[in-house]
Design a protein around this ligand. Structure first.
Ligand SMILES: Cc1cc2nc3c(=O)[nH]c(=O)nc-3n(C[C@H](O)[C@H](O)[C@H](O)COP(=O)(O)OP(=O)(O)OC[C@H]3O[C@@H](n4cnc5c(N)ncnc54)[C@H](O)[C@@H]3O)c2cc1C
Length: 396
């Protein structure tokens, strides 16, 4: 058992941001990860993925993007390298290949962190384990999740039904379509934004108008804000949305509504595409109006097709169903009463009900950009400041 002041669980960008600030404050700590630095970007992303946020949006404590293409979009592998260099820059105390199996306590000398590579006792624990497990709609089996998808060749031959039209779903549907697959895209509630507006990237506008800095106590319905689907965007110039996908031959469907009980190969879809797309388009137009009052050129609204209420997957020659419906919390190792009925860690600005236990990287943890790379620095700073203030002296 190693006794240490602080254990950070997770060596993604959020955990490393915390580690940088603890290092700056001279705090003894370890960053434990089941894989390597930036593991999610190595093993839970597809091959062609590029960040959808521009390179200038990679501001971590004491570490910015320094390359030549400030408005470009890094491939996932290059972002891993960016994180590795960050960790090297301050000699981050990362322990790789150690899966946390239990976090319990506190006992007299702190919390117990049990891993498959040794155990720690720590006065403070910062949980930075990312968004959790891919969510799979009930009734679906033998699916490929967006986190397990790598490239079109990995999928069984034939058509593909992609469920979910947020960032991952539209990018994967587009890639499969370009690879010559017949693609059906099932669309639920989504967030449509243009890649650029009046010659500036949408993130430029979101930052300039203060939307990324908006805090959870400024929104009317915090729970809904935290469930907001990710923006329909890809890390490249030009638009990728339902309008462009439809024009490229992707067949749009309503929200997935389960498999037919009597006929196991028939997937049911709601007749709600027109309504869902109109709502997303209206939200996008309101957003653009809030950017400026020039009423400049607007992306066209979707002209929704007539959608079938069900598809016989066998008859349609569907070889694979790919699920891109987001993530759900997954803390099987957490033995502290700090999760809510929805399984999420309950927190205010990263502070949980267990004294000395913190969380970073949650969706809309405090600011709208909390789960973005660029937003982690604010929550990390707040959490570390609180941790230091609550424990002026490190444990002996
Ligand atoms: C497909 C996709 C694309 C995204 N694109 C962007 C983008 O372009 N720009 C942007 O700003 N944001 C993007 N995001 C959002 C966000 O940046 C990522 O979700 C990010 O990975 C979250 O960072 P994190 O450090 O909180 O968690 P992660 O990067 O997921 O890191 C968590 C770490 O915890 C480790 N871990 C988990 N459980 C355990 C355990 N039990 N024991 C030990 N270690 C554990 C994991 O191995 C992992 O290394 C994207 C998200 C996804 C899913």
């Amino acid at each position: 058992m190693t006794t240490i002041d602080t254990v950070v669980i997770g060596a993604g960008h959020a955990g490393l941001a915390v580690s940088r600030l603890l290092t700056r404050a001279g705090r003894d700590h370890a960053v434990i990860d089941r894989g390597r630095i930036g593991e999610s970007w190595r093993s839970a992303r597809w091959d062609s993925l590029r960040l959808l946020s521009p390179n200038w949006m990679m501001r971590l404590p004491d570490w910015d993007y320094q390359g030549p293409d400030i408005d470009g979009f890094l491939p996932a592998g290059r972002f891993v390298r960016h994180l590795e260099l960050y960790a090297q820059s301050f000699d981050a105390p990362v322990v790789s290949g150690a899966t946390v199996l239990e976090l319990s306590g506190p006992g007299r000398s702190g919390y117990r962190v049990v891993t498959d590579r040794g155990n720690w006792r720590a006065r403070h624990v910062v949980i930075a384990t990312g968004p959790g497990l891919p969510r799979v709609p009930a009734g679906l089996r033998e699916v490929v999740t967006a986190a397990a998808y790598r490239n079109p060749a990995q999928l069984a031959p034939g058509g593909v039904v992609v469920i979910g039209a947020s960032a991952s779903g539209v990018q994967i549907a587009d890639e499969l379509n370009r690879a010559g697959r017949d693609v059906y895209l099932s669309v639920g509630r989504h967030t449509r934004v243009p890649r650029s507006y009046h010659g500036k990237d949408v993130f430029w506008w979101l930052e300039r108008t203060g939307r990324l800095a908006r805090t959870i106590d400024e929104v009317r319905d915090p729970a809904a804000a935290r469930r907001e689907p990710s923006m329909q965007l890809a890390g490249r110039p030009g638009e990728l949305d339902l309008v462009t996908l439809q024009a490229d031959g992707v067949r749009l469907l309503g929200r997935f509504d389960g498999m037919d009980r009597m006929d196991g190969s028939r997937a049911r879809f709601r007749a709600d595409l027109a309504e869902t797309a109109a709502a997303a388009d209206a939200r996008m137009y309101r957003l653009l109006d809030s950017f400026d009052d020039s009423r400049g050129e607007r992306p066209p609204a979707l002209v929704p097709p007539t959608t079938p209420s069900s598809v016989d997957l066998r008859r349609a020659g569907i070889g694979a169903v790919l699920v891109a419906t987001g993530y759900q919390p997954d803390y099987p190792w957490l033995r502290l009463p700090i999760t809510g009925p929805d399984g999420q860690i309950q927190q205010v600005r990263g502070i949980t009900a267990a004294p000395g236990v913190y969380v970073v990287g949650q969706r809309f943890q405090h600011r709208r950009d909390s789960a973005f790379i660029d937003g982690a620095r604010h929550d990390a700073a707040y959490v570390v400041q609180h941790l230091l203030a609550c424990s002026a002296e490190p444990a002996a």
